[in-house]
Write a protein that binds this ligand. Sequence first.
Ligand code: GLY
Length: 563
Amino acid sequence: MVGGTMILLSQAGYSTSIPAGQRMHPVQGKEGMVVTSHFLATQSARDVLKSGGNAIDAAVTAAFSLAVTQPRSGNIGGGGFMLISSEQKDEVVAIDYREKAPGRASADMFLDKDGNVDREIARFSHLAAGVPGTVAGLAMALEQYGTISLKEAMTPAIKIAAEGFIVTPRFSDGLKNKEKKLKKWNSSRKIFYKKDGSYYEPGDLFVQKDLAATLNRISQNGIKEFYEGKTAELLVAEMAKYGGLISMDDMKKYSPVFRAPVHGKYRGYDIYSMSPPSSGGVHVIQILNILEGYPISEYGHNSAKTIHLLAEAMKRAYADRSLYLGDEDFIKVPSKGLTSKKYAAFLREGINSEQVTSSITISPGKPLPYESEETTHFSIVDKFGNGVSNTYTINFSYGSGIVVEGAGFLLNNEMDDFSAKPGIPNAYGLIGGKANSIEPNKRMLSSMSPTIVKQDGKNFLVTGSPGGSRIITTTLQVIMNVIDHGLNMQSAVAAPRIHHQWLPDQLRIEEGLSQDTVKGLQNMGHKVKQKSSMGAIQSIMIRDGMMYGGADPRRSTALAAGL
Ligand code: GLY
């Protein structure tokens, strides 16, 4: 019934400042907007806004609710990034709550005796887990910018975990698809499958008692519970039993960090996005800078010419990613150089606007000088001028597949986001080197790109996406769909997307591009491959006092709700 009510809301929206005759319609609101990938989380967060809470209160509430309704991605065993924009204070801040390598981690920990990367260990063992940051990060956001208590923010999540929620087809399919990975561990099998090993089917009630107890302890005792209390003890015992590295000391020492977001300009709009240890913001801005030099709107939305230029710009940015990006607490990242207009102009000169440049002829550029001196996503705005863009993850769907015995949550497998060996691709085919090598207490490089676009000092677009290496390209295409092509928020998130990440040299497309367009791209030399959908970008646009929510149809449970 909850879902039914909300879905009705999302279809009906409010009255209309979207011109009649459009094919898709965003949800509209004047006092607040929430867009998450699960309708129950959207509802929890919307209730907070309705009772006078701000966007940060709603965000933390949504994040804990997603940790229950969407254990495959929203999860207290992982980490992420949150961007908070306050119009009143005229500031945009970023909270980095990315996982960290354990203190006993080492550069060659995933290499076998022949020096080859052991992918099974890097992705599906206890060694694959970084020290989780989500609980500390969310608490930090609430403490600094929220108005409700952690306990209040966690109440809906605890209720959903303890009383259960109705299984959707997506939830059921996810567990069926990952049966082999999850049933390998007794602790995971017990949570995600029935006693006789059979599946939770759509319409079944899914209750998570252990998770409810863990969340309840945190809500009673604060984050110390997660990092030093019984939850930490359960996690560390799990590590000790199976040869993982996370120690009590690692848990105690974990802390999230405030960072300045990266900032750039695109056609007069201010773009704020996540700084290292995410590569996301740097490359969203770098690619937009390159594309600013072309009359993209004239070339048309998803025309062969526009897609060609997008792909060429993406390739150059991902080549740079492989060399320069990593955790800035450990290495110098030339963010200013990479996001400068001058460097973009230099890269643009190397682009042939009619013909492909093969990826083997592209290598990382020289954005020098260095400065002496950056999954599931949700977007929320409130009536006080706050916007929150949050992306967090446990890496793969269901992370490592390992539930912490007795604690009811999955461990991330974020250690695979490090470069286990220079030049050897990770799970997303991303190449890395020294900048992103494994070091104790270092944060692994991410592609997460929570982004806030401002216009004349006002929040204009709040956006971001899951999708591994596709996060960056998904995010920037939605920004361009709005700014260059004038699409409304719903059309902008739904439109077919493309992706190129330099290596492999392949232009990946979603369904929905015409055969003519594909032919045109092939004639320019692109190796075009249609694959499954990319990203799930939950976005909000604010214009003339009206808030427009666009839930990505690529997630059947996603929902935008305004008030
Ligand atoms: N785990 C995917 C990312 O952070 O980019």
